[in-house]
Design a protein. Structure first.
Ligand SMILES: [Zn+2]
Ligand SMILES: [Zn+2]
Length: 255
């Protein structure tokens, strides 16, 4: 059995170190011993792991208390056994690594549901219409949820399959030295699912292009630059996401 070093000693902080002190001490160590900076250096690798473990314990008030009272043995008794590998370290410290190296080690699957885009319509009004208000109808060409598949993009009666390339997570891991970088799955483009039987009405888009007449009531007293918002009259959302809004921009002709 190897003898573990004291966690406070590893990070080079006092036993009363604050959360901020711990974080900045750990950050320094992580940068210094980072595998990318020390390729193939076993000693650096050990130090990197050691620092991560020390920080993991000390930043958690409960674990820190156990450690302060009972030391390493106390933590083992509580079921904490350190990190298994680098991936473990990166997934625990997503936030810090994002700060340090510009990306997160943690995976987050992208949601399929997306809000539809807002639409803009420019409306010309005469001076009198702008002054007293008017009601008019505008002809919009926009996307709407496909009535055949109700936005699922699948042929009715069929369902999307989990992407085999990424096991439905939408992300794939790529090793870069000791780093594991997660990127959007190229096979399903981050959706995590593949539509094997696309809806024939919308060709698997879940949306169709429609023409819609929308009546707009312009209140009196509008001016050039006034903007009216018609909630839910924008483009359809993806996979039953909320519909966007329609913005009517007013332009008043000179009197
Ligand atoms: Zn459809
Ligand atoms: Zn995939």
């Amino acid at each position: 059995m190897t003898i573990k070093r004291d966690y406070y000693e590893i990070l080079g902080v006092g036993r009363d170190a604050s959360e901020t002190e711990l974080k900045s001490a750990y950050r320094k160590q992580a940068i210094k011993y980072h595998p990318d900076k020390n390729p193939g250096n076993k000693a650096a690798e050990e130090k990197f792991k050691e620092a991560a473990e020390a920080y993991e314990v000390l930043q958690d008030p409960q674990k820190r208390q156990i450690y302060d009272q009972y030391g390493h043995q106390g933590l083992e008794g509580a079921g904490f056994s350190g990190f298994r590998g680098f991936e473990d370290i990166f997934s625990s410290f997503g936030g810090i690594f994002e700060d340090l190296f510009g990306f997160s080690g943690a995976s987050r699957s992208q949601s399929r549901t997306q809000r539809g885009s807002d639409l803009r319509y420019d409306m010309r009004l005469s001076f009198m219409e702008a002054a007293f208000g008017t009601e008019t109808e505008i002809d919009l060409e926009k996307t709407a949820t496909c009535p055949e598949c109700e936005g699922s993009a699948c042929k009715p009666g069929t369902y999307p399959e989990n992407c085999r390339h990424c096991q439905g997570t939408g992300q794939v891991s790529r090793s870069q030295g000791f780093f594991t970088v997660r990127t959007t799955c190229p096979s399903c483009r981050g959706q995590g699912q593949i539509i094997t039987n696309p809806c024939s009405e919308c060709s698997g888009a879940g949306k169709v292009l429609i023409h819609k007449k929308v009546s707009v009531k312009i209140p009196g007293g509008v001016d050039t630059g006034s903007r009216l918002r018609l909630t839910g009259e924008g483009e359809a959302g993806s996979f039953n996401g909320p519909t966007g809004d329609l913005y009517v921009f007013i332009h008043v002709e000179p009197h």
